[in-house]
Design a protein around this ligand. Structure first.
Ligand code: TYD
Length: 320
């Protein structure tokens, strides 16, 4: 899962990322934290070029440099870690470019988007935390130390620029409602952190891209087994854990009653009746699981027996 933190100057991003990292550590969630521009030695060099260069830089050059650092970072850091099943936390990603170089810098957004798509090759965030703050509050928040230090090239662009950054971010959030969570960054540190964790857990606990009809079956209790691919994360699911099935805004909570592992879907279907998975026949179950996981047919399978929420005394959320 890819989660990014975005926001204008002084929005408290660094503090919130630190608290979020603490939460991930305490909950044994495998993660990596990286930043943009940066994340590899080459990207850090591009970062120095971008932020410490005193020469006037053409806006297109600026954006292309951000994009080249991004392309490198996605291939070397983001994708491999996502593929390894980790939560990837990024301090800024391409939405920064849209807000800063696009909305505030006046570059054509459609062009920026086309180049970004090329740079990130479909690696889009599952969740964007936007810490929203206005220019005055943001700069007032910067510590005396930071104010005394020379502002970097982008920070020193003035109120009109940073107002446009903020507006741009809010517009992006409006356009990508499912991805963005906009948080009022003037609220207290603890309150903000709690909200971020809640939003993360909502998406993270157990996301199922399931078809409407199977979601209904889980809801009605007609389906009392769930099937997942077997990997290191899933192995941590244990009896009593809560699984949240999500379909859009709707949620169904179920508790894990038992776990069974199998080498293939076929093998599983010899032991778990198709009916308990919400299908009319074994053939139908196979068709659906193969369409959900087309390339992963050879991975091991975990069948999870589900229990109704009502019957559960102890709540034990899973962090998979
Ligand atoms: P940084 O020191 O990381 O600041 P912050 O704590 O505000 O994140 O500096 C990153 C600066 O680069 C910040 O002013 C935003 C800007 N930026 C862009 O203009 N476009 C981009 O695509 C990215 C990733 C950052």
């Amino acid at each position: 899962m890819l989660i990014t933190f975005e926001g204008g100057e002084g929005c408290g991003k660094s503090t919130q990322i630190k608290l979020f990292e603490k939460y991930l550590k305490e909950n044994n969630i495998d993660y990596i934290l990286s930043r943009e521009p940066g994340g590899t030695p080459l990207c850090e060099k591009i970062r120095t070029l971008l932020l410490e260069n005193k020469e006037d830089m053409n806006a297109k050059t600026e954006f292309l440099l951000f994009s080249s650092a991004r392309a490198e970072h996605v291939e070397k850091v983001v994708k491999p870690n996502l593929e390894a099943g980790k939560v990837v936390v990024l301090d800024r990603y391409y939405h920064s470019s849209y807000a800063y170089q696009g909305y505030a810098g006046g570059q054509n957004l459609n062009e920026l988007k086309a180049i970004t798509e090329f740079a990130i090759s479909f690696c889009v965030p599952d969740l964007v935390i936007l810490l929203d703050i206005n220019y005055e509050d943001g700069f007032a928040r910067k510590s005396m130390d930071e104010k005394l230090k020379k502002l970097d090239r982008i920070e020193s662009k003035g109120k009109a620029y940073h107002d446009a950054v903020r507006k741009g971010y809010l517009k992006l959030a409006q356009e990508e409602k499912d991805r963005f969570v906009v948080i009022d960054a003037t609220k207290g540190v603890e309150e903000l952190s709690k909200r971020i964790i809640e939003e993360f857990e909502k998406r993270f606990i157990h996301r199922m891209h399931i078809k409407e009809e199977y979601f209904k079956k889980i809801k009605s209790g007609e389906k009392n087994y769930e099937v997942r691919l077997y990997d290191e994360k899933r192995k941590r699911i244990k009896r009593g854990d809560m699984i949240v099935f999500q379909n859009g805004e709707r949620e169904v909570k179920r508790y894990v009653d038992n776990l069974f592992t199998f080498s293939t879907f076929e093998e599983m279907l010899d032991s778990v009746p198709a009916k308990n998975l919400g299908f009319s026949s074994k053939e139908e179950a196979l068709d659906v699981y193969k369409s959900l996981y087309p390339k992963k047919g050879d991975l091991k399978v975990l069948a999870i027996k589900l229990k109704n929420e009502k019957n559960q005394e102890k709540t034990n959320k899973i962090k998979t």
